[in-house]
Design a protein around this ligand. Structure first.
Ligand code: UDP
Ligand code: MG
Length: 338
């Protein structure tokens, strides 16, 4: 384990709070103070026991100091600090695994998900006995055209993979009941993609429509490379169809080559052979490409098997003072890397 690197809140100690708000935070020195300012009155007004689990995903700017300060003024604000940057999804995983609440809401730290919707989600879940309440983006007007297009393509593909349970345009702003959280915690996956796993659970669910606002300050930490990574993780997490695609491609190229073989033989018998350099070259390139695609796809899965066998944790928690061991503490500690 790591040395204590931060302080953690007391609200969650004795009795479990009703609500946990999980917030991944990475280099949000500009946005975080504004987020806290807007979030706190909303949660206080709820008049229920709550905690905010701020996951500091290895921030390198003034964010850790700001979180420390927030925690001092606001005891319900709990700090979980990663030893290094591990990514948004890993931060979400840590938050969901460590939250104590009967209901767990995950929200971004940049105010793109309006905290005003949290009470609505909570009351919907409690009144109708729902396990999942999705925050569904009503309008992506504030996102760039590129982001909207790529997101549109992503959701279309995900619906194909996960099926009809997958709500359109639902990101990581959602409420989960304790039952849903426990079900997710029981899954052995190291890199869960929650926006797919949660719909896959198929528990009773509802939706709250919200308008995706503009990032309040700072800039996005999701460049194209991370978006692509998420898309690839999503597909390979959920489906073996890319592997089947490789098989189909292989079969198709086999048929093509067979046809070309017949053509070549006939041409040879008829004495119509031409130098043939280009057809050979094209054929070689084509086969090479097909093989590379197949190897790449296999590699994607082999890589996942490899990392599963290695069982490397997706994140390391530096310190969480709310994690007071009940007995010897051994059971608790085994969960601290995930
Ligand atoms: N985030 C994180 N680790 C990362 C990148 C982002 O914890 O490596 C957090 C970030 O602080 C924010 C949320 O994840 O609260 C969403 O990230 P961002 O706003 O950059 O993504 P976008 O909204 O542009 O998709
Ligand atoms: Mg954002």
């Amino acid at each position: 384990m790591f040395d204590a690197a931060g302080q953690v809140a007391g609200a969650a100690g004795a009795t479990a709070p009703l609500l946990s708000v999980v917030m991944p935070i990475y280099n949000e020195q500009e946005a975080l103070p504004l987020t806290v300012q807007r979030l706190r009155p909303i949660l206080d007004a709820l008049d229920v026991a709550y905690e905010v689990v701020g996951i500091d995903d290895g921030s390198t700017d003034a964010t850790p100091a700001i979180m420390q300060k927030v925690h001092q003024d606001w005891p319900e604000f709990r700090i979980v600090r990663f030893a290094r940057n591990s990514g948004h999804q890993a931060a979400l995983t840590a938050g969901i695994h460590r939250a104590f609440g009967d209901y767990v809401v995950s929200i971004d730290a940049d105010l793109q998900d309006p905290p005003e919707k949290i009470p609505e989600m909570l009351s919907l879940a409690r009144e109708q006995g729902l396990d999942i309440v999705y925050g569904v983006r009503g309008d992506r007007g504030t996102d760039t055209v590129f982001k909207r297009r790529t997101a549109g393509g992503y959701y279309w593909l995900m619906r194909k993979l996960v099926g009809k349970n997958m709500p359109n345009q639902a990101g990581d702003f959602r409420l989960l009941s304790r039952a849903a959280v426990d079900a997710l915690k029981a899954m052995p996956e190291h890199q869960p993609v929650y926006r797919l796993l949660v719909p896959w659970l198929g528990f009773p669910s509802g939706e709250v429509v919200y308008v995706r606002e503009e990032r309040v300050a700072g800039s996005t930490h999701y460049p194209l490379s991370k978006m692509l990574r998420l898309a690839i993780d999503s597909i390979t997490n959920f489906s073996a169809s890319p592997l089947r695609l490789a098989t189909w491609l292989g079969l198709l190229s086999f048929v093509l080559c067979f046809g070309l073989g017949i053509y070549t033989t006939v041409a040879y018998v008829l004495g119509k052979t031409v130098p043939g350099w280009s057809s050979l070259f094209v054929g070689m390139l084509f086969l090479g490409a097909v093989q590379l695609v197949c190897i790449g796809l296999l590699g994607e899965y082999v890589g996942r098997i490899y990392s599963a066998v290695q069982a490397r944790p997706a994140y390391f928690v530096g310190y969480d003072s709310a994690e007071e061991p009940a007995g010897t503490g051994r059971k608790q500690l085994s969960r601290s890397a995930g």
